[in-house]
Structure formats: C-alpha cells, structure tokens
Design a protein around this ligand. Structure first.
Ligand SMILES: Nc1nc2c(c(=O)[nH]1)N[C@H]1C(S)=C(S)[C@@H](COP(=O)(O)O)O[C@H]1N2
Ligand SMILES: [Mo]
Length: 546
C-alpha cells in the first residue's frame, strides 16, 4: 500500500496532535460552559459544580488535610486539581478519537454528563443548572470532530507519476527526498496547516468564551449592593474597651485583639461564594414554630433590639495551636428574642440552619435561646458582612464551634429535633454537639525560630467563649509553670491575649502554654485530634537561643 500523507506525518506526531485535540476540545467545552453560566449563574459552571461535588464526596480526612495544608487556598488547590484531572482525561480522549471519532465524542459527552449531574444535584441546584454543561459538551464534541478530521488517515492517494525518463530515476529521487524528510512535506504541511488553523480557532473560542463568561458572571456579584448598605445603630452597643486593651501594640507577634475582615479565617464548602442581593434576601422560619414568620433584610436591620458584641469564632478543624480563629465586632439581631417571637416549640432540640447554597448546620435550640450573645449578624467590624463571611446574614452562637452554629448566607431556620435530621457535618461523622474546648496558642516566638539569647517576650492568645479565660501559664523546658499577663477581661466571648517576658539562655528550648477558664477548668494535656469534636492538648513550640 502506498504511504498516505498522514501516515507520513509520523505516528508519534499524529498521536501528539490527537492528544492536543482532546485537550483543546475540553477547553472549548469548559469555555462555552462558562459563557452559559453567565446566563444561568456562577454555581452552574461545571468546573464549580464538579468541585462542589468533589468537596461533598471527599472523605473528612482528606478535607481536613486540604484545609490545614492549603489554608485559605484550599479552593484554588481543588480547582487546580480538577483541571489537572480534566487535562489528563481529555488527552486520553484525544488519543482514543484517532481510533474512533465516535468514542472520542462519547468521551467528551461523558465529561459533559459529569458536569450536568454535578450541577443539577447540588442541594440548591435545578435542571437549568445543567444547561451550561450540556452546551459546553456539545461545543466540545464539535471541536473534537473538527480537530481530529485533519489527522484522520486519508484514503491512499495515487502518487503523481514520475517524470518520464530512464526507469527508476523518479523513484530514486522520491526515495532520496523521503529520506531527507522532504517527500511528505507538501501533503503533511497541508493537513498540519488545517489542524493548526482549527486549533487556533479552538483556542480563541475557549479563551474568549471562558474569559468573557467569567467576566459576565460578575453581573451576579453583590459587592456593589453591599457597599451601598448602611448599617443601623445597635440598641445595645459593645462594651467599651479599656485603654491598652490590645497587647499586640506592646508585643510584636501577638495576634491583634480584633481580626480585620480581610484577615479573618474562612472555612466553608462554597467554591463559588453565594451572591445574595440584599433586596432579594428572605429569612424563613419553618418547622416547630407556633407562628413562623419570614423576614427581609430590612425587617432585620430595622429592629429596635439590635445588639453589637465582640465575639471570637473558632473552627473545630483546628489542630493544637491552630490559626482558624478570629475575633470581630458583630452587629445583629438577638437570636433568642427572634426565636421566641416565632413561638419556637419546646419539643425542638435542634435548629437546622440552611444556607442559600444548601449547607445545613445543626445548632442546639437551647443554646440559641439561652446563650446571651447568640445572634443573627449582618455587620462585622463596622461593615456589612463580607460576602465570603455570609452576606447578608449569618448566625453566631458563642461557645460553639462554627460547624454547629455559624451558618453563613442563612436562608432558613427549621426548628426540629436531632432525631429527625443529621446536618451536613454530622452526616460526615463530626459530633452532633460542638461546645468549644478551652484553647491557648503561642504566637511568639514562632516554632523553630532562632533568636539571640536574653530577655524576650513570649505571647499569644487563649479562648474559652461564654466562660472566659481566667489564667494562662507558661512553662519553659522543665521549669515551673509561670503565670502570664493577660489583656483585660472585656467579655467572656472574646479571647484574651497573654504575654510573659522570659530570659532565654543560649541553647534549644521548649515553650508550652496552658489556659484555665473562669469556672476553673485547666486545659488538659491529653492530646486529641480535631475529629470528631475538637482538638485538645497543650500547645508548645521548639525554639533556639544563640
Ligand atoms: N453556609 C455555610 N456556613 C458555614 C460553613 C459552610 O461551609 N457553609 N462552615 C462553617 C464552619 S465549619 C466554620 S468554622 C465557620 C467559619 O466562618 P468564617 O468562614 O466566617 O470564618 O462557618 C460555618 N458556617
Ligand atoms: Mo469549622
């Protein structure tokens, strides 16, 4: 058989280009889907939906690893990981489509189906959310077929007759040209050109649709509407702070008393942060209420019983000494009063809080009613809640970890029982009950830090919301525990900073801290992992003085 032009492309090159075709087809599919998501909503983007689904399906241990390893970049890491998987998959689909275009097309369609299922089965997802995946997959199939066509083995083309002359002459020259790699240049160049032209179009479509789609999705952003909101004044303002309350002004390296909104840790399952327009906001009360009402943001902000409180919020995922903790001045509606005015039934022991993105957080009804500063917050450090922290309304119950109290983007409070429903984290094995454990952390000197021998301040923070910190003690090596100086006790829900000057002799040292609550509980040195109900144990750091 005559060698065809494409066979002469070389099997290696042909396969490489086919793999590239797969990659480009996937890029077109994702780009067009982003454009579709600009119509339907950012959370319908298959990339976001698949990432969300991955979070939902990921075992807790891996999730914990992601939170502690990537910190605030956990979502970025997930999206990058998803893209890598997609890239590998589509390279394989490209290769397969050399054998059979139908199989290749099916590969892209399957890829779209995954997006479709992920987008439509999200807790807050509907059929419409599957649309971007479908049109993306359709565009991807078209792109793949077009890209593979120039690589297909063309039917044998008759060789142009050799120039008349002594027999064998032309063949000899052909062989020579072939040996020099020139023989196939013309035919291959034609197909390569077509492939690269089509590739160029694919790259352009993917980039324009993807970039444009992402830009257009910004029309769902509520940042501008948030900026225009003016916060009401509280009927009950936060307690005044005594002068010199913030030890971080005196000791370098101690965590500031208040965490700025930018610095505040963030833990949630939302890849695409829910965007709730203030004008569209509704909070509904459902389940075991005698006279359930629903509230607009204006209803909540216009109340006459607003409170402002300084509250430290902490995450159950903290390792000993973890940094998933922050303090802010929150403004909002007292939760107990709100529940009572809806006539919460005495048989309810759980409030299932639902966010607009379908997260469920189960909080104990009793704490919601009885913890003094429990609230529905819409203000954080003098601003409307940042979008990442739950705009426009979230719940806060001091003394409980965030996963059982601090529902962000709150849409619905259902009064029910623990028997009737397991909330999201409980379904994944975390404890139903999430009272925080007393904790203390060494901020300075940092672990493994080297510094000059001599006098140096040791310092950090300690917390035990609702009970308050009474005492913090520090131990260097095997010396005795020494009591540290504390920031003023402003309120039991606010962490306290602590500091202790120490004379470090040259050499390696171990510094350990422990805190005691106002009701007399000293932190245990029994070490426990965060799972299932919070870490315990003393934080210590190894440092060296020279
Ligand atoms: N809707 C929603 N609310 C949520 C979560 C979430 O994933 N989704 N995570 C909870 C957890 S585990 C914690 S620790 C706090 C963190 O609040 P922050 O991100 O404002 O610091 O929010 C809680 N509220
Ligand atoms: Mo958390």
């Amino acid at each position: 058989m005559e060698p065809t032009q494409n066979a002469r492309l070389g099997p290696g090159l042909r396969r490489l280009l086919a793999a590239m075709a797969g990659l480009l087809a996937a890029a077109v599919a994702l780009g067009i889907a982003e454009l579709g998501a600009a119509g339907v909503g950012p959370e319908s983007s298959p990339l976001v939906a698949v990432g969300d689904a991955a979070i939902t399906l990921t075992p807790e241990s891996v999730k914990h690893f992601a939170i502690t390893t990537f910190g605030r970049n956990d979502k970025i890491a997930l999206v990058v990981g998803t893209l890598v998987v997609i890239a590998l998959y589509s390279l394989a689909v490209g290769l397969l489509s050399l054998r059979s275009r139908r199989v290749g097309a099916a590969g892209i369609a399957a890829f779209g189906l995954v997006g479709f299922v992920a987008a439509t089965t999200r807790p807050a997802g509907g059929l419409l959310d599957g649309l971007p995946s479908l049109i993306g997959a359709a565009a991807g199939v078209v792109a793949l077929v077009r890209l593979i066509a120039p690589l297909a083995l063309a039917p044998a083309r008759p060789q142009p007759p050799s120039t008349p002359g002594p027999a064998g002459d032309g063949a000899g020259i052909d062989r020579l040209r072939e040996a020099l790699g020139a023989g196939d240049r013309k035919g291959a160049a034609l197909d390569r050109r077509r492939f690269f032209l089509t590739s160029g179009v694919a790259v352009g479509v993917a980039a324009l649709a993807g970039g444009g789609g992402r830009l257009l999705q910004r029309r769902f952003d509520v940042a501008a509407a948030r900026d225009q909101l003016a916060l009401p004044r509280p009927a009950s303002p936060a307690a005044a702070l005594p002068a010199g309350a913030d030890l971080s002004r005196r000791v370098d390296g101690i965590t500031p008393l208040f965490t700025t909104n930018r610095e505040f840790y963030r833990v949630d399952t939302a890849i695409s942060v829910p965007q709730v327009r203030p004008a569209d906001y509704r909070l509904s009360m459902t389940g075991m209420f005698d006279f359930p009402r629903s509230y607009t943001l204006r209803d909540l902000m216009g109340r006459s019983d607003l409170i402002e409180r300084d509250i430290t919020l902490t995450c159950v995922s903290n390792e000993i000494g973890g940094r998933l903790a922050g303090t802010a001045r929150w403004l909002g509606v007292p939760l107990g009063a709100l529940l009572r005015e809806n006539g919460v039934a005495s048989g309810s022991d759980q409030l299932v809080c639902r966010s607009v993105d379908g997260m469920t957080i189960g909080a104990p009804t009793r704490s919601a009613l009885e913890v003094e500063d429990a609230m529905l917050a819409f203000g954080m450090n003098g601003e409307p809640l940042p979008v990442e922290h739950g705009f426009p309304v979230r719940m806060l119950i001091p003394g409980l970890y965030g996963y059982v109290s601090a529902c962000k983007w709150l849409a619905d409070i259902e009064a029910t029982t623990y028997d009737a429903f397991d909330a999201y984290w409980v379904q994944r094995g975390w404890a139903e009950d999430g009272p925080i454990k007393v904790a203390s952390r060494i901020d300075t000197p940092a672990h493994l830090r080297a510094f000059d021998a001599g006098r140096r301040a040791i310092g950090g923070v300690a917390w035990a919301q609702t009970r308050g910190i009474d005492r913090v003690e520090v131990k260097v090596d095997d010396e005795n525990w020494v009591e540290a100086e504390l920031s003023p006790q402003v309120g039991a829900d606010l962490w306290r900073q602590w500091m202790l000057p120490h004379h470090f002799r040259a050499g390696p040292h171990t510094v350990t801290v422990r805190a005691t609550t106002t009701d007399g509980e000293t932190q245990t040195d029994d070490r426990a992992d965060p799972f299932p109900d919070g870490a315990s144990g003393w934080h210590s750091v190894q440092v060296s003085a020279r």
